[in-house]
Design a protein around this ligand. Structure first.
Ligand code: ADP
Length: 214
């Protein structure tokens, strides 16, 4: 499903964020990416989502070399991809339902089917009753769950998350971790950057140290 083949990423002016990274993730696996702050975890996820391109080696997703994808092919890659990134902000002038609806509206989904999918996604993360709430009225954990609902509303087979439990208290973090495991249980491949080992005790763990896989 995902293959890094001696992948490197050097940001200008010469900072090596990832160096000679090789690994594979099979379909249906839940894998965590650990390592210190600045180890390259976000960069690794960004290469998979074609937000950044490798400067050496190759990154393959579904057998496709995403580093050399034409710009016009990127929306097709993203269609099968859900991302929960730290800097991916909710729209605070739209309610919970509208936040989750947005990606489907953008991709031109038929409205009746779209509404059904939004409600299914909100239900999966336990927010169906809160669909009319504005994000500001939601707790930190609920906002994170809303971001997950938005990431999965297109029913991706690959879900990427960058520190999804940062800034959450222990109980809320456990709750959010369970949601990711639920998606894995229904066949979604899940890759999570997290410094917190304890939340995914059974997951395979990749660890980065200054851009190198341990
Ligand atoms: P992590 O997610 O593990 O904290 P990152 O992938 O965000 O690590 O960063 C890895 C290294 O690359 C860090 O030294 C960071 O400062 C650097 N870096 C990340 N993004 C950029 C960028 N857009 N431009 C320059 N350097 C970057």
């Amino acid at each position: 499903m995902i293959r890094f083949d001696h992948a490197s990423k050097r940001y200008p002016p010469g900072m090596n964020a990832l160096a000679d990274v090789s690994f594979e993730v099979d379909a249906g696996e839940l894998v965590t990416v650990g390592g210190h702050s600045g180890a390259g975890k976000s960069t690794l996820l960004k290469l998979i989502a074609a937000i950044e391109r490798p400067t050496g080696g190759a990154v393959l997703v579904h057998g496709q070399n995403v580093g050399s994808l034409k710009r016009s092919a990127i929306p097709y890659l993203r269609r099968n991809l859900g991302v929960v990134f730290q800097d991916q902000k909710l729209l605070f002038d739209r309610n919970a339902f509208e936040n989750v609806m947005l990606p489907l509206t953008i991709s031109g989904f038929p409205p009746v089917e779209a509404r059904r999918r939004v409600q299914a996604a909100l239900d999966k993360v336990g927010l169906l009753e809160r669909q009319k709430a504005m994000p500001i009225m939601l707790s930190g954990g609920e906002q994170q769950r809303l971001a997950i609902a938005r990431a999965v509303v297109g029913r991706p087979n690959l879900l990427l998350a960058d520190e999804p439990t940062a800034h959450l208290d222990a109980d809320t973090a456990t709750d959010v971790a369970r949601i990711f495991r639920d998606f894995q249980a229904v066949g979604v491949t899940v890759l999570i950057a997290t410094y917190d080992n304890s939340l995914f005790p059974t997951a395979r763990r990749l660890v980065l140290d200054h851009g190198r896989l341990q």
